[in-house]
Design a binder for this molecule. Sequence first.
Ligand code: ATP
Length: 201
Amino acid sequence: AKFIVGLTGGIGSGKTTVANLFADKGITLVDADIVARQVVEPQSPGLQQIKQHFGEHICNTDGSLNRAVLRNIIFADDKELQWLNNLLHPLIRQTMLQQVAQATSAYVIMVVPLLFENGLDRLVNKTLVVDVAPEIQISRTSQRDNVPDSQVEQIITSQISRKDRLAKADDVIDNQGDLADLTVSVDALHNQYLKLAQQTL
Ligand code: ATP
């Protein structure tokens, strides 16, 4: 079995930035957001089931999922939201584990924004939380996405609290410094994970 590190953190904490530093070291990333799109690609079994359930109008003319239509349906009907989650969550989970199994790096980083919220921490050997204060989450995200602070604040509120996330973390990266500081932290963790992965073989 592969050694899996679950990387998470609140919106704008720096998950992607940290993940890319691990990728630079040759570590394979399995990204929940990417997998969530792959399982509903045109022709995929996931999209076939969605079409069977909601009808052909759930697809665009090019065969891709019409996310706006789907969003409207599940926003208005909790049963349909549940149906969709019951379909997608196991599919996403399975596909992530398949990608882990195919990886050839010493260990694998699973990047999962809602790792704790969705109980995916049960799939990993270690959880790694990228941590910054909410003020930094807000300033970095609003700059990056050109959105108002209030929108970022709303998303922060919808996620697990900073305190609870930190309490669940095996490892924490403080990303309140600059990118040079971050590189130093990632280097140290990478060496730890290499050792742990070897012991786990
Ligand atoms: P999301 O949850 O929205 O996907 P994320 O956790 O993946 O976000 P990133 O996109 O990696 O976060 O980082 C948020 C923004 O902050 C980006 O514009 C990134 O370049 C910037 N950033 C990340 N770390 C630092 C840092 N140490 N110093 C300055 N800027 C940073």
